[in-house]
Write a protein that binds this ligand. Structure first.
Ligand code: GLN
Length: 307
């Protein structure tokens, strides 16, 4: 396994298709050649190559975990009333696309993720610092350590992400947001601005692979009853408008972010975290996709593979 990870790192390092996201200056300025692969199995054994311990911006790879908080706090029924579970086939930041009931299509694109951020509430404490603390604490359960926020990325998002502001106001207009729009946006910007490593992402993937309990720390991150739904959503919607092809070819629940990270889950077996900031036009890390695709093919990890 270590040989395979080394081989894939070597094979895909020269691949220089794509470019770091230009959506925020902090993302655009990341060294495009950074590249790390982390795999961790259910026994806690790690197989890694490259840039695996340093941080990068979590961005949309936060979305499944925050959806998990919403499911845990408010129950699948209430969350589903406000956000559907259908793939969109459209770019992640598509604006205005709601279903016939006025719901965002799913929690892994911006409209749905912003609606979901609205559900992140601490017990009896609704002020923003308490909500941010809950967000960090819950995501920390998956990673095995509490993530820090990149204040520069957060500040830039507040200043520049007008499309997300527009989405939030549209949701408010459709009565899909209950908290003040500014608070919900701030939480969404905060989750995207968290800093993680590929090791954190691999740990998070492993936690989902192991029924929602992080086997490395023995801490539960998500009630077990929500795991199948979350993994189904990641399989059908986790790679933006490339999700259908991803499910078909690679067959692993995964989630990407424009920071260049991808987390993938091999149910019952392992977690995978890959980082390379060169993303394609759909927002997915080019090397990241190639690595996970190759791992799936070589190890027959496709969810529906006949072994
Ligand atoms: N913060 C980014 C946005 O909302 C996250 C998008 C992403 O990673 N696809 O536009």
């Amino acid at each position: 396994m270590q040989d395979l990870v080394d081989e894939l790192h070597e094979r895909f390092a020269p691949l220089d298709d794509g470019a770091p996201s230009d959506s925020l200056p902090e993302l655009a300025g990341v060294d495009p050649d950074r590249f790390g692969i982390s795999v961790v199995d259910a026994d806690g054994e790690r197989f890694e190559a490259g840039d695996v311990a340093s941080g990068f911006s979590l961005q949309s790879a936060s979305k499944p975990f925050v959806y998990g908080i919403a499911l845990e706090r408010c129950g699948a029924g209430r969350v589903r009333e406000r956000v559907s579970v259908e793939p969109t086939g459209e770019p992640f930041n598509a604006i205005g696309k709601l279903d016939e009931e006025g719901r965002p299509f799913n929690a892994l694109v911006n409209t749905g993720a912003i609606a979901v951020a609205d559900f992140v509430h601490a017990d009896g404490e609704d002020d923003l610092p308490a909500r941010k603390a809950l967000l960090e604490e819950r995501l920390g359960r998956y990673f095995g350590r509490r993530p820090a926020v990149d204040e520069a990325v957060l500040g830039s998002a507040r200043e520049r992400e007008h499309r997300n502001r527009a989405i939030a106001h549209l949701l408010r207009d459709h009565d899909r947001l209950h908290d003040p729009v500014e608070d919900t946006l701030e939480l969404y910007f905060h989750q995207c601005a968290l800093v993680v490593s590929t090791q954190d992402l691999a740990n998070a993937g492993l936690t989902l692979a192991c029924g929602g309990r992080n086997p490395l720390t023995a801490v539960r991150a998500l009630p077990v009853e929500h795991v199948p739904a979350l993994l189904s959503l990641m399989l059908s919607c986790g790679m933006y408008d490339r999700s259908g092809e991803w499910a078909y070819e690679v067959g692993l629940p995964a989630k990407s972010g424009v920071g260049g990270g991808i987390v993938a889950v091999v149910p019952g077996r392992m977690g995978i975290g890959v980082f390379s900031p060169r993303i394609d036009f759909q927002g997915n890390s080019v090397r990241g996709m190639r690595v996970i695709e190759a791992l799936s093919e070589r190890l027959k990890l496709h969810t529906f593979a006949v072994r």
